[in-house]
Design a protein. Structure first.
Length: 306
């Protein structure tokens, strides 16, 4: 009986230490989430401004594309269309998949993997129809085990990644698109809604078909171009596309921190419940032992009296 009590005390002490660790990890993740959300809000201001400028400069090309739905020979003579604005026949599709390198984030990585594999199975008849790039190693490793090649990847990102840190894969994705390795690019990641909710997204990043020439009508700023619109767009459009991909990466980081915070809170709550249950068990065993001892003492005293 004494050994059982000792075992229960050891389990209670061990579980308390675990709950202290998970509680600390929860607070750390909460702090990281706050900083990540601040970074996303700052990015959104930048993204809105660069979208405004790009739409204003490319308004002529966008108007013709919206009017005809394609680039005709006569349009091409009149306007120098940028290749990142034009839709082309889809021979291959590129996917940039964003996951985590670390665990202890609940179902964060597994849900991304499942949604991505389901999407690839539905949209493609064979692996030759798409190219995969990866941010984070968790999903990349699982895809390789499934026989899906990962053409390029980066790992071990900081909790608050800078653009410089992810520039290799961002620039690589855009260069592969412009070189014709694939004809459209989707970024697949978990979008951060709030601390409890995230949703899987597969957003089309290239070509830049979501730009609307009508947005430029309300802009009050009239730009002076030096040297000319075409040369400016050659620099600005890739930067805009890069910013979209970077925005998805920091959004995914927010979702990762939120998932890890929620997972650690759940682990802490479970540990607390286990401690309560084991404490009740300990008290019952202890009470049984005390009762047994009293019974034995009473029985011994009665034997002496007789």
């Amino acid at each position: 009986m004494a050994e059982s009590l000792i075992d229960i005390r050891k389990r209670i002490a061990s579980t308390k230490k675990t709950s202290q660790i998970t509680s600390a990890m929860q607070m750390v993740s909460a702090s990281k989430l706050i900083r990540a959300e601040q970074k996303v809000r700052g990015y959104q201001l930048y993204a809105a401004k660069i979208r405004e400028i790009v739409t204003h400069i490319a308004s002529t090309q966008l108007s013709l594309l919206e009017e005809h739905g394609h680039v005709s020979a006569s349009d091409q003579v009149l306007v120098d269309f940028h290749d990142m604005l034009i839709e082309r026949p889809i021979r291959k599709t590129g996917y940039l998949i964003i996951s985590s390198d670390k665990g202890l984030a609940g179902g964060y990585n597994s849900s991304i993997l499942k949604a991505t594999k389901d999407m690839l199975a539905i949209d493609h008849a064979s692996n030759d129809e798409f190219v995969v790039l990866s941010v984070g190693g968790a999903v990349a490793d699982d895809l390789r085990k499934s026989g899906i090649e990962v053409a390029f990847e980066i790992r071990d990102l900081n909790d608050q990644p800078s653009f410089t840190e992810v520039s290799d894969i961002v620039v690589k994705a855009i260069q592969l698109y412009r070189d014709g390795a694939f004809d459209e690019l989707y970024v697949c990641y978990k979008h951060h809604v709030n601390a409890l909710i995230s949703e899987y997204r597969a957003e089309k990043m290239l070509p830049l078909t979501d730009l609307d020439s009508h947005e430029a009508v309300g802009y009050e700023v009239d730009y002076l171009f030096e040297p000319n619109k075409e040369e400016i767009l050659e620099i600005l459009l890739p930067q805009y596309a890069e910013s979209l991909i970077y925005g998805a990466i920091i959004d995914a980081k927010s979702s990762e921190h939120a998932s890890r915070m929620t997972a650690m809170k759940s682990a802490t709550d479970n540990a607390t419940n286990m401690i309560n249950d084991m404490t009740i068990q300990y008290n019952r065993v202890r009470q049984t032992a005390i009762t047994q001892e009293i019974t034995e003492i009473v029985g011994g005293a009665s034997a002496l009296e007789n």
